[in-house]
Every structure is written in structure tokens, then in C-alpha cells.
Design a protein around this ligand. Structure first.
Ligand code: BGC
Length: 321
């Protein structure tokens, strides 16, 4: 009872920095949303532009609900890339053009509140584990299928960030030796096959090769999205092949991760996960067939994450809880 009251009174800010947009929430300790908002990232305009967007977002959320800063326990931030969470430093974020950027200090100095940061997928995994699809499980893995492929691992209810908080970069696990070139410098990385960006590239390539594909009825190479092949998979052979190949790659990476961490649940997040059972059912089938030593001991479920694009902000806020 007293704990519940404390959780209602305590307030936290969660920020999720993405390649194109930055989302924010103010929540209490029970996960009730008190305020929310979003701003563009403007990564191409430099770090000052991004910083002032973050500060504007925080101030506008605070003023929208008349909350003053001293009521806030702190700010949590999820940011893509390699994050030194102990020192609050973005060591490397390729998609944001940031290198050795002291993000936590910068935000803390401008806003006047304590700040903790972690990798974006780590934050989302913590959000799902605490408030979403992972709530009932001690050990969970979140795979985010967006611009890149992110991974967050929660073991025994605790976020596992790898040594020096530099691990769990599952998108950069090679699944095809000498395969497609990745932005990280390697070839054949998982995210070159299983990200939304990869799926779009695969769909464009298939459409270019198959002018007879029904996907041309409503899409051009410019308007293709991660949804396109799924929209047509039941009526068009080319679309079906794109989806099947994509799912095979997606499953391959998931089975690799499961064989290392053996969580009770794998949650799929990010834009492509909106396809729900069209992904989870076939991926579960691959997993059932290929998981090390079979499913009789320590079975693993594949589910869609439930917090949608809020997982990151919830998890970021949870860094302070
Ligand atoms: C980055 C990760 C990030 C993921 C999702 C990858 O390319 O290396 O740090 O979590 O994309 O944004």
C-alpha cells in the first residue's frame, strides 16, 4: 500500500532518441502516463540542434501538466549506438553522427535534473520487461526491427548490457559470412537482412526483378514500406517470396540469440513487428525445429512486444526506478 502510494507520487521522465524523431513521456512509478510529446531528431543539423529539441520536449511536457522540476526523480534516455551508461556517454551512434558525446551531462546541465542513459533497444527491453510483454518472465529478449536491428536482454529481471555496457549489439551478429555490407564495417550483419530498412530494400529489388508483381498496383519503388510485401503475400508470389526469405533470416538470428541466452520469451518490437502473428507464428516454428536440444527443456515463446513505440520511453524512465 505504502509502496503503491510512493509509486504514484514519484515521477520520471523517459526520452527515446530515434533516427528521425525523439519521443518523451512523464510517468509515475506505476507506469501511468502524465504527459507525452515528440520532436524531430534533426541529427543532420548537428548535436546542438538535437540538444535544443530534447530540452524543448522536456520543458513542453512539464508545462503541459503543470509539473515542476523538483517533483521529477530524474530523466532516463534511450539512444541508439554504443553507450557508456556508467559515464553517460554516447561512444558511437552511427545513425546520429555522434562520437564520444557526453549526452547525460549535457542534458543534466541544461535541465537541472539527474540523467541516466542506455542503448535504445536496452531501454525498450527494460520497458517491455517491466510494463509489457515480458512482465511475467524473469528472462526476456527484445528484438527491435526498425531502421537497424536492436537487442535488449533482461536476465533475472535485470537489464544485461554486456561488458562496459557495450554488448548486446545483436544487429551486428553476422548471419551470412561475406554477405551484405553493413554500416558498422562488417559484412553479413543480421540488420542487413532483418531490419525494416533491409526489408524495404529486399522488396524494391524483388519488384524491380518482377514487373508482373501485384505490388506494383499500389506501390512504386519510392512508396514501398515494410508493410508492402505483407499486404500482398496472400495474393502475389513475389511478395510471398520476399516475406518467406525475410522470416527465414529473422528466425536465424533469433535462434542464435536464444541458443546463447535461452530466455523464456523473445519479444519482437519495432515497425515490422506490427505484422504480429504473420511473424511470430513462422518464427516460432523455425525456433521449435532448430533450437538447441529441442523445446522439452526450457521452452521459449516468440511474441509481439505490447508497448509499441512506447517501450523505449517507458524503459528509459524505468532506469531511474
Ligand atoms: C545499433 C544499435 C541500435 C539498433 C536499433 C543498430 O544499428 O547498432 O545500437 O540499438 O540499431 O536502433
Amino acid at each position: 500500500m505504502i509502496n503503491d502510494l510512493r509509486n504514484i507520487v514519484k515521477k520520471f521522465i523517459g526520452i527515446d532518441i530515434g533516427g528521425t524523431g525523439i519521443k518523451g513521456v512523464i510517468i509515475n512509478g506505476l507506469g501511468n502516463v502524465l504527459a507525452e510529446g515528440s520532436v524531430p531528431t534533426d541529427a543532420d543539423k548537428g548535436e546542438e540542434a538535437m540538444m535544443s529539441n530534447i530540452v524543448d520536449l522536456i520543458n513542453s511536457m512539464l508545462s503541459s501538466v503543470d509539473i515542476v522540476k523538483r517533483e521529477i526523480s530524474g530523466i532516463g534516455i534511450g539512444c541508439p549506438g554504443l553507450i557508456d551508461s556508467k559515464n553517460g556517454m554516447v561512444v558511437f551512434a552511427g545513425n546520429l553522427n555522434l562520437k564520444y558525446y557526453p549526452l547525460a551531462t549535457e542534458v543534466s546541465e541544461r535541465v537541472g535534473l539527474p540523467v541516466k542513459i542506455t542503448n535504445d533497444a536496452n531501454a525498450a527491453a527494460l520497458g517491455e520487461a517491466k510494463f509489457g510483454a515480458g512482465k511475467k518472465f524473469e528472462d526476456s529478449v527484445l528484438v527491435t526491427l526498425g531502421t537497424g536491428v536492436g537487442g535488449g536482454i533482461v536476465i533475472g529481471g535485470k537489464l544485461f548490457e554486456g561488458g562496459n555496457s557495450a554488448g548486446t549489439e545483436i544487429g551486428h551478429m553476422v548471419i551470412a559470412e561475406d554477405g551484405e555490407k553493413c554500416t558498422c564495417g562488417r559484412r553479413g550483419c543480421y540488420e542487413r537482412y532483418a531490419s525494416a530498412r533491409a526489408l524495404i530494400a529486399q522488396t524494391r529489388e524483388a519488384m524491380s526483378e518482377h514487373k508482373e508483381s501485384k505490388m506494383w498496383e499500389t506501390y512504386t519503388l519510392e512508396t514501398v514500406s515494410g508493410k508492402t510485401p505483407f499486404d500482398y503475400m496472400d495474393t502475389d508470389e513475389t511478395a510471398k517470396n520476399v516475406v518467406n526469405k525475410y522470416i527465414k533470416h529473422l528466425a536465424c538470428g533469433i535462434i542464435n540469440i536464444v541458443n546463447i541466452f535461452r530466455p523464456q520469451v523473445v519479444m519482437l518490437g519495432g515497425g515490422v513487428s506490427e505484422q504480429g502473428e504473420r511473424l511470430t507464428i513462422p518464427v516460432q516454428e523455425y525456433l521449435d525445429n532448430e533450437i538447441f536440444a529441442g523445446m522439452t527443456y526450457a521452452p521459449v515463446k516468440v511474441v509481439k512486444a505490447t508497448l509499441g513505440n512506447k517501450a523505449g520511453v517507458f524503459g528509459a524512465a524505468a532506469l531511474l526506478m
